[in-house]
Write a protein that binds this ligand. Structure first.
Ligand code: M6R
Length: 366
């Protein structure tokens, strides 16, 4: 059932292009170049009832929500909050019938996310669930459901569930922006083309994993690994760092690169591995400054950037390229090398990749 792969995680990493295609199927009208969600049927009137969106999830799904916030705010100018479910449910959240709540859960069974869904409905909000499991508790109780078509995810470390969740946020962002007439037709088409092209670009990326395998061997004995990025890249490094901690058991932190000098820089010493995402061109110069900061303290930097941005890789110790793409959609590409680094590091350490210690696939306790 592992289809020739050594682990479910590696199999699931490689299934991502297909999972994205399945999640896209039927959701883009080729003739009109519009996003269609048969499961939503939202009218402009309905959408305008909501003055804000609150996204609630845990772990990797929360990280997908951070990308969702960026995309929806960028495309629709609607304010979006993202909350960890276990925090949301134990305070008095400001939610009412004018809020669209989006809960994200691969399994559809995470206890804290389910409780947050119920609490939101109790406060009068409409709840949309993004989930991978038909008939799960969250799918049954939500007012509306968008299914990610990732197929069963067995490895505890989530990969294809994350990328399909992020994909749904691109589609949802474009759908809402179109409905509210916040983007031009040209931009909509440009965005859709960039999204439709992702599965092919992912295939391309997945072919070159040897260098990442070597890199993983080189960090396996590190006591700490740091991930840095700005803007959308920051949301992606949080996911990369969680993945590494989860299966390699190496301490790791993900930082908004501009925050380093407010404390974390003190931890960088000779040889500390730093993984820097550098795909958001408007902050290139700022990232460069941050890379210099860590290098000056002896940090060893792996930079991940697009081919068209490759001059940035002159300043790092090692480089990893992702195919050129619209900067808004790069998270779906940059996360691939990060998933592979965590996989190969865990493998090099002889850990149980698919079933890491202390963790369960579905967290049904509070
Ligand atoms: O099933 P869910 O999406 O609700 O699960 C949420 C988290 O428990 C999950 O994403 C967890 O963080 C993963 N093991 C990370 O790889």
């Amino acid at each position: 059932e592992k289809n020739g792969y050594d682990h479910f995680m590696l199999k699931e990493i490689h299934e991502q292009p297909e999972a994205l295609k399945k999640t896209l199927a039927g959701r883009v009208d080729q003739a009109t170049k519009r996003v269609q969600f048969e499961e939503l049927q939202w009218s402009l009137e309905r959408v305008e009832q909501w003055d804000k969106i609150t996204i609630i999830a845990c772990g990797t799904a929360y990280h997908a929500g951070l990308i969702g916030k960026h995309v929806i705010e960028e495309l629709t100018r609607t304010p979006v909050d993202v909350e960890v479910a276990s925090e949301f449910r134990y305070r008095r959240p400001i939610i009412d019938e004018k809020t669209l709540v989006i809960v994200i859960s691969q399994s559809g069974e995470t206890a804290d996310t389910l409780a947050a869904l119920r609490q939101s409905q109790h406060l009068g909000a409409n709840v949309l669930a993004i989930t991978n499991v038909v008939g799960s508790s969250i799918a049954r109780e939500a007012d509306e459901v968008i299914l990610t078509m990732a197929g069963p995810e067995i490895a505890v470390a989530s990969t294809k569930a994350y990328t399909t969740q992020v994909l749904v946020f691109y589609l949802l962002g474009i759908y809402l922006a179109d409905l509210k007439q916040k983007i031009t037709k040209d931009y909509r088409i440009q965005l859709l083309e960039a999204v439709l092209d992702i599965p092919n670009k992912m295939e391309e990326l997945l072919e070159y994993s040897e260098a990442l395998q070597r890199y993983s061997e080189s960090i396996k004995d590190a006591s700490s690994v740091f991930f840095i990025g700005r803007s959308l890249d920051h949301a992606v490094v949080l996911e990369g760092s969680l993945k590494l901690k989860e299966i390699s058991y190496i301490h790791s932190e993900a930082y908004a690169a501009g925050e380093l000098k407010h404390g974390t820089l003190a931890l960088i010493e000779e040889g500390t591995p730093i993984i820097a995402l550098i795909t958001q061109k408007e902050v290139n110069e700022k990232m460069l400054g941050n890379i210099k900061e860590v290098k000056a303290r002896g940090g060893h930097v792996l930079g991940v950037s697009m081919k068209e941005n490759m001059e940035m890789l002159e300043y790092v110790d090692e480089g990893c390229y992702i195919p050129d793409s619209l900067s808004l959609v790069t998270p779906l590409l940059t996360v691939i090398p990060l998933q592979l680094i965590s996989y190969y590091t865990s493998l090099a350490l002889g850990n149980d990749v698919d079933k890491p210690r202390n963790l369960a696939k579905s967290v049904t306790v509070e």
